[in-house]
Design a protein around this ligand. Structure first.
Ligand SMILES: Nc1ncnc2c1ncn2[C@@H]1O[C@H](COP(=O)(O)OP(=O)(O)O)[C@@H](O)[C@H]1O
Ligand SMILES: [Mg+2]
Length: 194
């Protein structure tokens, strides 16, 4: 039963939830997701926001250890990250999730989880083309795939379903990291989140 005494507490909880958000950065390996998320996190923290980065690669070392790169395992990894992201975001945290998330329906499920709980969710496509990513090749994955040492590399011999209508598409290869982070920050400002 709701009493009048609960009303201020409920309002305070709603205010906390209203300033939280999940910002999912999807894109190919080496697109710049982690780099841009780190730059944005630095700026948001300096402004006093509470920020967590849920990086796909780091999550795979613990929370999703043992999962591989089949479609099912990739989806499980994304749903786990989405679950934790929503918990944090609903408690006022700005959650940045630089995670490849190649499948549109996996991303849609994460968005739906947020929507069901009235938690802010933004999808950002870090749209660096595969030709640029494969030259950057931060983790040597493109070289390994080319040498036949691995298979199932997103964007090369595994699908990447680019978002059809993201909240923001960052052409990260045509601008500096600082410019990309600024564009993301502007989006948060526009949505009343920064
Ligand atoms: N304009 C740019 N935007 C983002 N990253 C860039 C840019 N130019 C060069 N890079 C480099 O590209 C690499 C991207 O790696 P990373 O952020 O780990 O990618 P991802 O997390 O998408 O796999 C980094 O070494 C970064 O310094
Ligand atoms: Mg990364």
């Amino acid at each position: 039963m709701t009493t009048t005494a609960d009303a201020p507490a409920a309002e305070a909880a709603a205010a906390v939830q209203a300033c939280g958000a999940t910002v999912w950065l999807t894109g190919l390996p080496s697109a710049g997701k982690t780099t841009i998320a780190t730059a944005l996190a630095e700026r948001l923290r300096a402004e006093g926001h509470r920020v967590e980065i849920l990086d796909g690669d780091e999550i795979r070392e613990f929370l999703s250890r043992g999962l591989g790169f089949t479609r099912e395992d990739r989806d499980t990894n994304i749903q786990r990250i989405g679950f934790v992201a929503e918990l944090l975001a609903s408690n006022g945290v700005k959650v940045l999730a630089p995670v490849i998330a190649p499948y549109a329906n996996s991303r849609a499920a994460v968005a739906a989880r947020h929507a069901a709980k009235h938690t802010n969710y933004l999808e950002v496509h870090v749209a660096t083309p595969v030709e640029v990513c494969s030259v950057r090749d931060v983790k040597g994955l493109y070289a390994k795939q080319a040498a036949g040492e691995i298979s199932g590399l997103t964007g090369v011999d595994d699908p990447y379903e680019a978002p059809a209508s993201p909240d923001l598409r960052i052409e990260a290869h045509t601008q500096t990291v600082a410019e990309s982070a600024a564009a993301l920050h502007a989006l948060l400002t526009e949505r009343g989140l920064a």
